[in-house]
Design a protein around this ligand. Structure first.
Ligand code: GDP
Ligand code: ADP
Length: 211
């Protein structure tokens, strides 16, 4: 992409059943893509060991969450596994206005809401596990949730996976390196879309004038 052509930021959504690997993929892609910023969600879920406030989530109580809903401070929010999760509006708008892309780790409900609000700026990727047995193995080895929680997440997986046709791209996460490379390839291609380069008309006009 020509560095002097202003670019319009995109919203890149990763969704998957819990345990398929979207957090692992997101972390790696973010580390390798300086122009991509994470949208940190707010949740009423309790913090797991190893999770950090403001990095993994902003952890809030239900009263605070409801206050933000009433003030329309969420771009979207949804109830997942008996807890509430929401995307704060302010950071997303700031990054997009600055021409940077924003990565979202949100479920299919949130993806639908974003698609209704801003379809042209949205690129969505669904991550699938290679098999059910492997999904369960990943949830267990992650060892962050109780066995009950693992069973509950497995119970939800089939339902969540039924939403794959609503996404632009689908990646089966067999090998982490390969999945990271695939997400980065999608980023490269989507950034080159004509509508994401609003300065193109001016650039070509100058080219045609011999400048
Ligand atoms: N709609 C919506 N979903 C979210 C948001 N943040 C997280 N989620 C989804 O909530 C689900 C549960 O997330 P989490 O409790 O972190 O479990 P994990 O995905 O197994 O690590 C996942 O499907 C996330 O993609 C959000 O801001 N909005
Ligand atoms: N391609 C992969 N191969 C093997 N293990 C993986 C792969 N991707 C992720 N994992 C592991 O699976 C577990 C769940 O991954 P995580 O990124 O937390 O999933 P999610 O965010 O979708 O719930 C973690 O222990 C992670 O290290």
């Amino acid at each position: 992409m020509e560095p002097n052509i202003p670019r319009r930021g995109m919203m890149l959504v990763l969704s998957s059943p819990s345990g398929a690997g979207k957090t692992s993929i997101s972390r790696r892609v973010l580390a390798e893509e300086p122009e991509l910023k994470m949208s940190v969600s707010m949740t009423t879920r309790t913090r797991r060991a190893g999770e950090a406030e403001g990095i993994d989530y902003y952890f809030v109580d239900l009263t605070t969450f409801n206050l933000m809903v009433n003030r329309r401070e969420f771009l979207e929010y949804a109830k997942v596994f008996d807890n509430y999760y929401g995307t704060p509006r302010s950071t997303v708008e700031k990054e997009l206005a600055g021409g940077r892309d924003v990565l979202f780790d949100i479920d299919w409900q949130g993806t639908q809401t974003l698609a209704q609000a801003a379809r042209d700026d949205l690129v969505s990727i669904f991550i699938l596990p290679p098999s059910t047995a492997e999904l369960e193995r990943r949830l267990r080895t992650r060892a962050r949730d109780s066995l009950d929680e693992v069973a509950r997440r497995m119970g939800r997986a089939a339902d969540e996976m039924s939403h794959w046709p609503e996404y632009d791209y689908v990646i089966v996460n067999r090998d982490l390196e390969e999945s990271v490379a695939r997400v980065r390839a999608i980023l490269v291609a989507e950034r080159l879309r004509r509508q994401r380069q609003p300065g193109l008309a001016e650039f070509v006009k100058r080219l045609r004038e011999g400048q």
